[in-house]
Design a protein around this ligand. Structure first.
Ligand code: TYM
Length: 325
């Protein structure tokens, strides 16, 4: 298995529920490669100091929320140059029309109209390289990344069709609940770490802020606790958040909290969020206080990842007819 998170901004509750928490189980059952996608982050302009800090922060969040770097392979994308080299190669196996259809590109180019750069456009070819270097069978991601994994499958199949069996064609593994945690102020949108509003809970928010944001979450006027994502999207989102945090189902949570008021639901979600997030924040702070140790962990991870990645890259270049390999 393999997955990554962009090293841009602070991770959100969406990242925690859709990615970080599910990752914990996978490290025990799979050979799991996890990385900070720092090359992906630069497709949006980054301040150097903040970018550096955010990359360390993401490593710390991974570990604080349960990943054990002695069990999985945890590394920074830019520490393994094979990613960009294969990314370049795969650009030539990716069609403009395919890239034009990517919703993440459409969204980001709307958000950053002044800087619609080529990197933002070809981003999915680099993501395909991230994945295909390690031959994963499964890529655990939230719903919003499904399209990129589908494209990765198409690129792998295309390459295999030309040069013979080279890449494993992976499939996306999407969580049953919390695959798309919604914005607390607008439950038609996903909760996003690039949206700095009270609709997004950041993992670094303090207890008071988390409580305030959840209290202000938009619901509806039906005042009837049932799990109905179509008609009561705001409430359904809260029930999904609660269910993921407490390891139950949103249907069960709705039954347990059935009644004519939303107040108790919000209170339960706040308690569950704080119970999970506060201990993670404490571990995060300890890890961030020792960057030398984080550097050590990442150097070991990059060495381990490189072994596998370089082997795949060599095979690709040999098949394609590059010299010197
Ligand atoms: P990124 O950084 O936007 O998100 C990281 C992971 O968090 C999930 N996620 C969510 N899940 C549920 N609800 C939400 N509101 C929510 N928001 C985000 C995402 O689906 C993702 O699993 N391009 C990727 C990073 C990447 C990658 C890769 C992932 C680069 N290379 C290779 C997998 C494999 C991205 O921008 O994710």
């Amino acid at each position: 298995m393999l997955s990554g998170i962009q090293a841009s901004g602070q991770p959100s509750l969406g990242n925690l529920l859709g990615a970080l928490i599910p990752f914990n189980q996978y490290q025990n059952t799979h050979n799991f490669y996890v990385f900070m996608a720092d090359h992906h982050a630069i497709t949006v302009r980054q301040d150097p100091k903040t970018f550096r800090e955010n990359t360390y922060a993401l490593a710390a969040w991974y570990i604080a929320s349960g990943l054990n770097p002695d069990v999985c392979t945890l590394f920074a994308q830019s520490h393994v140059p094979a990613h960009t080299e294969l990314g370049w190669i795969l650009n030539s196996f990716t069609q403009m029309g395919e890239l034009e259809r990517m919703t993440q590109f459409k969204d980001k180019s709307q958000q950053h109209k002044q800087n619609i750069n080529a990197g933002l456009f070809t981003y999915p070819a680099l993501q395909a390289a991230d994945i295909l270097l390690y031959h994963p069978h499964e890529v655990p991601v939230g719903e919003d990344q499904r399209q990129h994994i589908e494209l990765t499958r198409d690129i792998a199949t295309r390459f295999n069709g030309i040069y013979g069996d080279t890449f494993t064609v992976p499939k996306a593994v999407i969580p049953k609940v919390a695959a798309r945690v919604k914005d607390l102020q607008d439950p038609t949108k996903k909760m996003s770490k690039s949206n700095d509003s009270i609709g997004t809970i950041f993992l670094l928010d303090n207890a008071k802020t988390i409580e305030k944001k959840l209290k202000k979450a938009v619901t509806d006027t039906k005042e009837n606790v049932i799990y109905d994502p179509q008609n009561q999207a705001g409430l359904a989102n809260l029930l999904e958040i609660y269910a993921t945090l407490t390891n139950t189902t949103p249907q069960q949570a709705a039954e347990d909290m059935a009644g004519p008021q939303y107040g108790p639901v919000k209170k339960a979600v706040i308690d569950a969020a704080l119970t999970t997030i506060i201990p993670i924040q404490e571990k995060y702070q300890t890890l961030m206080a020792d960057k030398a140790e984080l550097d050590n962990i990442l150097a070991k991870g990059a060495a381990k990842a490189s072994l596998k990645a370089n082997q795949t890259l060599l095979n690709v270049k040999q098949k394609m007819g590059y010299t010197g390999v």
